[in-house]
Structure formats: C-alpha cells, structure tokens
Design a protein around this ligand. Sequence first.
Ligand code: KIV
Ligand code: ZN
Length: 515
Amino acid sequence: MTKDALIIFDTTLRDGEQSPGASMTKSEKLRIARALEKMKVDVIEAGFAIASQGDFEAVKAIADTITDSTVCSLARALDKDIERAAEALQNANSARIHTFIATSPIHMKYKLQMSPDLVVEQAVRAVKKARNYTDNVEFSCEDAGRSEIDFLCRIIEAAIDAGAGTINIPDTVGYAIPQQFGETMKTLIERIPNSDKAVFSVHCHNDLGLAVANSLSAVLAGARQVECTINGLGERAGNASLEEIVMAVRTRQDIFGIDTGIDTTGIVPASKLVSTVTGFPVQPNKAIVGANAFAHESGIHQDGVLKHRETYEIMRAQDVGWHTNSLVLGKHSGRNAFKTRLLDLGYRFETETLLNEAFARFKDLADKKHEIFDEDLHALVSDSVSSHLNEKYRLVCMSVTSETGMTPKAKVTIAIDGVEHTAESEGGGPVDATFKAIDSIVESGAVLQLYSVNAITSGTDSQGEVTVRLERGGRIVNGLGADTDIVIASAKAYLNGLNAIQDQGARQHPQGADV
Ligand code: KIV
Ligand code: ZN
C-alpha cells in the first residue's frame, strides 16, 4: 500500500464487540475475520487479548488463520497487556500491537489519576515495549477529541520517536464536529516535527451521528487510515461504518483523490453476517447495506432509473455485493469438491473425523436444499465448529406439532454432558413450545431478550439462521443455529446460547481504569 492509499482498519471484532449484547464466540469471530480478509480489509483488530481467556483465544485463532490482512490486538499502555497481545499474535503472518492511553484532561485527572508527564512516560514505554515484538505498532490517544492540542503534539512526537508507525486520533465520546475535527488533524500533521514518519489514523464514535463525517473530514486533512466497523457496530451509538467510508471515498474520487483496496462486493455479505451473528438488525434505510438502499419506490424515480440508471443512482447495487449468491455445490458433489470449496473459503479441518462429520451434514442439507451456496457452507461449518466447542448441551432430536386451531406442542431430547433427557411442552407457537421444553430440562434462569430469523440465501428452501440473545445476571450472550427447518434452527440457537452463557468467564473492559 502506498502512502496515498487509504488503509481500512476494521474493529468490528473489538470495538464492535463492545456494543452491549454483541459479544461473539471464537468461531463467530473467525467467520467474520474470514469475510473481512476476503474483502481485503488491511488491518483486522481481532480483540483485546488480555480481556479474558476467551478473547485471547479468539485473537490467537484469527492470528493463526488469517494470512492476507494484518491482525491486530488492542493493549492498554501496560506491560502485561502488551505481553498478552504479543503472545496471541505470535503466529500471525503480519501482526500489529495497538496500544493506547487517555490524553484528555478529564480522563488523565479522574480515570487515570496520572499527571500529563507520567502519561507521556507510560506511552513511550508502552510503544518501546511493543516494538520488542513487532515493527508494526499503533499508538492511540484515547479521548483525543477532547484533548489539548499542545499535549497531543507532545505525546505523539514522543510516541513516533519511540517507534509507533501509526498514530490514531480517536474521538472516543463522539464529541467532534467535522470541520473542527479536520482542522485538528491538519494541525497535528503540520505541527508535529516527525509526523512524516507515521501514518495518521482516525477513530470516530457516533454519539452525535457524525462518525463518518468526522472520519472523512480527517481524511481530507491528511489521515491515511480509518478505523471503522461493519454496520457501524460499536460502543454506545457505534463507530464509523466501514461501508459508508469505503463507498464515499470510492464514489467521490473527485474529492478524495485516494482509494481503498477493499473489494466492495464483499460488503453486503459481511453486513448480513455481522447482523446475523450479533442479532443487531440493519435498518432498511441504512446507507449501502439497508434493504431499501437501492430500492426505488416512487414512479418518477423508477422511470428515471429505467431510462438511465445514473439519473437517481450514484452507486451500483451489485458493486457492493447485493444479489451475488453464487451456486457452488449440489446433491451430487463429492467429498473432495466439498473439502476443496471449504479450503477456498479458508476452512481447514484438523482431523478427518471432523471433515467427515461436516460432509455428512452437507449431504443432509443437500437432500433438503438442492443448491448449496457459499453462505450455506459458512453456516454449516460454523454450526459444526460451535457444536464441537461447547458441547454441554446438544440437540439430539425433536418433533413439533402445529395445526390451525390447536395449541402447538414440542417434544425435545437433548444431551447434557452426553446424558439424554426428554421433555414435552406446549406454547404460543412451535418455537415457544420448543424453548419451554428445553427450559424444563435445563432450568438455566436465562431471559430471552431477542429472537430473530434470517434466510441465509434466497428461496423458500433457504436455510434459516436463527439468533437468540440471552441474559443472565447481567451477562448477555448470543446463540446461533442454522437449519432448513426454522424450528430446529431455533432449538440449536437456543442451546448454543445456553452453552455460551454457562461457558463465558469474566471480561475486562479495555477502557476501564486498571492502569
Ligand atoms: O474509542 C476509543 O478511544 C478506542 C481506543 C481504544 C482506540 O476505542
Ligand atoms: Zn472506540
């Protein structure tokens, strides 16, 4: 990448995951990381390795798997964080450590309770420490949006001298206004004597709905990396959305004069994947990835588009990945074709037994659904991975009866640590009856907060992918399940969520005060 290209740094798996309710399992994160790699994201922030054992393992799995994108872990400006990040990233083809410390008066005084001198000292120490493990070190001034410009100049100059190759300017609380934020970026680049030795980056939150506008203003002022997330997921009101940044820069080359390396046809599939995994739906009128983003309702618009598309359309739907399902395999495809296609998609099975089991599931699916798309394969593989990882509760078999005028009933057999239990229940609908039957066996005390079903591909024979969000004792998890029968997909998702809720350890929040 030349200095005049715009680096896309995706933080869906780190800042995106900080959205309440958006926590993801290791296999879900891997699935998203693969989609990001496929769309040629430059840097994937895979997580905050020290947050928990689960976070460490997820960063490590992504670092071990992804080859084309740089894999990054967040680390506070603390030795223990940097060591943990380095350990998780040790097998990465290209690794970055992203270390940060707060620089605004309010954060230094109340959160860190440190003097500005000490903050500079700690930042320098952290960058030097990180450079012991990799040449690719990013330093962020947390709450830069409310920091004093003189102090920013001082700490950034010191961080670059210590070896930081990327300097990130976050608007952590979403306080900035585009013109003012652009000026801040311009001043920093002009005033810091060694600014030419680093790439300046921007990381904006959306509290005032200005994250994308602020990021683009910073790009016009010289920033050459944007930190963003798919669907704008992220802490509170979210981060700048990747799809909007990428398409704004691509569509308005006349203004920006630089471009990203993103394969934009991966945008809609990645958006759908993130929405399914997190259970956060995409609003229909959301730019680029909303269901209505390219729909022309009014007669005048339709007429114009039919006569000459560019009368009302500034982008082409297919360029951002709408309608790009490609048929890959079918009922007669053999084990080798299945294995080869999965290798192309980046899945490698550790043992022949796992491959054989996945192939058996594929054959079952192909019997029910004649055309198998890449999306089906992703769902099938992540379903088998999660059913192997969290096996406390496993669906053995189930039946439901649902008839007009009758109360739906479900009979479910699940294995708990390998021992089978069966229960029957009635409910308001077949899914309700199924969940009640499972509850009567598991008695988890978890509360269902969200239930959503998405068709993985088009057509009524599509697999349904169900997301459930469960809460217990303040901890929120998501469960996922896929099947051509949406009631079975629902049971799988519910059990997947119950496995996650009993499995998750405590996590630290990266922006907590533990310094
Ligand atoms: O918003 C923020 O300041 C962050 C930093 C950790 C980069 O997420
Ligand atoms: Zn952030």
